[in-house]
Design a binder for this molecule. Structure first.
Ligand code: F0G
Length: 455
């Protein structure tokens, strides 16, 4: 099959085409922080794959069938039936987005001082653990540390480390596996690793949950990379993965291809009851959880569409195409390429910039200035330690830039344009200036900080 989207376009939206002068002004006004840019000033928006996907005609028509009754709506039953068919969890709650599911589950499950262990916590997940006075511990596998290693399942948890934590003095309240591992380069988790981690957790009486935001993309990579699963459909793999866990939290803004929505799924009836009370107090009644009937219908339809092999194949090919274009231009990225994003290695491209000049941020900025492409830094600005004056105390282990690819939104020619802009920067990387922090709030720094170019 050639690289080709398995759908055609019925509704279009113009994208802003801007001049470099316009972008220079817009970025300056934004304090050089892409989160402060207006979307109207962005040509290709790769900031997030969350809530940014394109609805199908079937989803839109399902949305019109939404039942907006306060309780017991027909749309809730459709949502529940679809989620039940996929996950097998008897207690299923809609929530407005993933972090709401995290907050509800953790509040019902964890006691202050407990530890949550994960392959890697997503940043809101970590924040929700810490807000409860608990500790979030990441135990990524060893292969994950080498960005160039082509090991197939670099999202796996380190099983030896997990076992020693479970047998050690720490009071572990939850083992949470993020599939795919967004914080760790979008790398997948193997079914073997999920099964082994689940068995360890069970042996120690610790609940085992999935953060299933990208469950379908993880399932696709399992069919492509894990021995014994080549003959499975992605849907079958996804069902087997959910079956291995005691429940899940999920942002449905990713693999349900909708603009808003989340899910909490639970087996244990007592835990479910505790969660339900918090849900009703803070999100909404158990049959809508902060969503409209139309949302629930679109979510249900999206969950059925997202495991279609041709869709997943095309999406994985498109993302790999971006990584290949970058590689051909001399810009490496975290290997092997996952599905939802390409993580460019800015540290390697810009060796003239020390971590204190934020090379990942510098590359993200340059992608905007050169081509109107917006993306996120995942380096020392986001993960490093910074003092009150904004000086870097401890750098992040890597200086990366995440190009997150929204689902069904950009065509191959848009992605080729992204490749051209990367190549343009790579022709003369030494021109790219470093940055210093001029305003750095103590909390959630990367969303709110302001920077200025140096030199
Ligand atoms: N878990 C993972 C693995 C995520 O990637 C996200 C969100 C969440 C939980 C939280 O879900 O946004 O619906 O509340 N990730 C987005 C991103 C924001 O750009 O990667 P949410």
């Amino acid at each position: 099959m050639p690289l080709m989207e398995p759908y055609r376009i019925k509704v279009v939206e113009p994208i802003p085409i801007t001049t470099r002068e316009h972008r220079v002004r817009a970025l300056e006004a934004a304090g050089y922080n892409p989160f402060n840019l207006d979307a109207a000033d962005v040509t290709i928006d790769l900031l997030s794959d969350s809530g940014t996907g394109a609805l199908s005609a079937e989803q839109q028509s399902a949305g019109l069938r939404g039942d907006e009754s306060y309780a017991g709506a027909r749309s809730f039953h459709r949502f529940r039936d679809v989620v039940d068919g996929l996950t097998g969890y008897p207690h299923v709650y809609p929530v407005h987005q993933g972090r709401a599911a995290e907050r509800i589950l953790f509040t019902a499950l964890l006691k202050p001082g407990q530890t949550v262990v994960s392959n890697t916590h997503f940043d809101t997940t970590r924040a929700n653990v810490e807000l409860l006075g608990c500790k979030a511990l990441d135990l990524p596998c060893r292969e994950a540390k080498d960005l160039d290693d082509d090991a197939p399942f670099k999202g796996d948890i380190d099983l030896d480390a997990l076992e020693s934590v479970l047998t050690g003095p720490q009071d572990v309240g939850l083992v949470l596996m993020t599939i795919t591992n967004n914080g760790g380069g979008g790398q997948p988790v193997s079914m073997a690793n999920l099964a082994a981690a689940g068995a360890l957790a069970r042996r120690h009486g610790v609940p085992f949950f999935l953060d299933a935001a990208r469950f379908a993309e993880n399932a696709w990579l399992v069919t492509q990379r894990e021995p014994g699963y080549a003959d499975h459909t992605p849907r079958q793999v996804a069902e087997l993965a959910f079956a291995l866990a005691d429940g899940c939290v999920a942002s449905l803004k990713k693999d349900a291809i909708v603009h808003i929505g989340g899910l909490l799924g639970i087996r244990d009836p007592e835990l479910a009851q505790r969660c339900e009370l918090i849900l009703i107090a803070t999100e909404g009644f158990r049959t809508y959880g902060g969503l409209s009937g139309g949302n629930l219908e679109m979510l249900a339809q999206g969950l059925l569409e997202v495991t279609e092999p041709e869709y997943l194949r095309a999406r994985a090919d498109a993302t790999r195409h971006v990584a290949d274009l970058a590689e051909a231009a001399g810009v490496s990225s975290v290997r092997p390429t996952g599905v939802h994003a390409v993580y460019l290695n800015a540290g390697r491209l810009l060796p003239h910039l020390p971590p204190s000049r934020f090379p990942g941020f510098a590359l993200a900025t340059e992608l905007y200035l050169a081509g109107g492409i917006r993306c996120a830094e995942l380096g020392s600005l986001y993960l490093g330690e910074v003092d009150e004056a904004g000086e870097l105390l401890k750098p992040a282990p890597y200086e990366l830039v995440r190009l997150a690819i929204p689902r069904r939104v950009y065509t191959q020619s848009h992605l080729e344009y992204v490749g051209e802009v990367i190549a343009e920067i790579a022709r003369d990387p030494e021109r790219v200036p470093g940055y210093r922090l001029v305003e750095a709030p103590a909390l959630l720094r990367h969303f709110n900080c302001r920077l200025a170019p140096v030199g």
